[in-house]
Design a binder for this molecule. Sequence first.
Ligand SMILES: Cc1ncc(COP(=O)(O)O)c(C=O)c1O
Length: 455
Amino acid sequence: MSSLAESARARGNNPLSFDKSAELIERNAQWMAGGVNSNFRLNISPTPLVFERGEGPWLYDADGNKLIDYYLGMGPMILGHKPQALVDAVKQEIEKGFLFAGQTTVEAEAARLVCELVPSAERMRFGCSGSEVDQAAIRLARAATGRKKIIKFEGHYHGWFDNVLWSTAPALNAAGPENAPVPVAGSKGQLTETADALVVLPWNNLDLVVERLAQGDIAGVIMEAAMCNAGAVHPAPGYLEGVREACTRYGTILIFDEVITGFRLAPGGAQERFGVTPDLSTFGKAIANGFPVAAIVGRADLMEMFATGGVVHGGTYNAQPIAMAATVATLMSLKPSLYATLEERGGRLMRGMGEIFARAGVLAQVAGFPQVFHVALGLDVPARNYRDLARMDRPAYVALTTALLHRGVRALERGAWFLSIEHSDAVIDDTLLAVEDSVRELKAKGVLPTGDFRK
Ligand SMILES: Cc1ncc(COP(=O)(O)O)c(C=O)c1O
């Protein structure tokens, strides 16, 4: 019997309880706003969780539950929780000291590996978060072109700072026409003038980008080369190539935000997988399997502007040696066989889930990539952009992730399912059983959208 089924039987098939987590969140809220340290950890059904530890594909929470984890720290843990290679590398490095405000051998080794793996990386710099390095890329694009405006796409997330937190998850009734979206602020307190330097467009519509670029005043185009933060959506055939060509023609810097796709879709990220080379790109998450590391990479002439072109990039903790040791250990582990295994197991999980929905007559799309995919309930064709995703049946999906959690499977309510190399076939079998059982329960309650999407 599978380990999830065994533990379910041991508790008389009762759903898992998260009462202790709820109690701790309430207690901790006297010190931390909302009891959490990121708004993206708030408003989780049935409660934000408090964890004791993680190992492989598993998380162990304050209630004593063992959960199969498809959040994976919101993407980073491609090697799973607490891989031995990182534990060893970090232990060894920590003995040498923590921070020198100078250069180290280990950071050079990490940089060499990044430049070797990422096709467009002629030069690179490290930072600590995706939000930061996206700022560095935008600054470089403006400095290099002498222009101000940046094109960003609806539904694409490039961090939480004022100038980019626009139209990341806008309500459709506030977002304007599909082909001419109105920038929608993501936060109160945001400097609204920052929208003046942005043009928000729908993603995957080549004509609209080319038309706008032709006006000749755009410094940079920033995009997730595959839109993964909200779901996991492929670029349309020819789209990335077309944007690349138009950026070159109109003197605009093309920036791929590979914070999710980097080191996940392929060792060299989306740019390797799709064979399109940006001028600049940014990385984070899977680069160091859970340590706070990010990177900006790109054309030597642009990146050298940090050294000799008067463009500032700073950060006390950039290339912190212990995090660098984790980066080296992660990048050394990214062998081709790892991606082949992820493709095979993730593909099996996606197909298995699709079959469960089809058998139950539930209208759903399981789409994206085996390493990162999404489940869109209520859609009869795969989403091509944010507006398509926004039309999915969100309450039904939250009911599904909640039902799964009560069966020991933790998947992001917000969108993507992330896979690690530790998600074995047995773990995937367990997951599929939990999906089947959850679908049965929710269908009986009439919560799930029905229809045969194969027609
Ligand atoms: C595509 C993308 N870019 C940038 C970021 C920001 O990265 P960080 O949370 O490390 O600041 C994220 C975070 O989820 C992301 O998904």
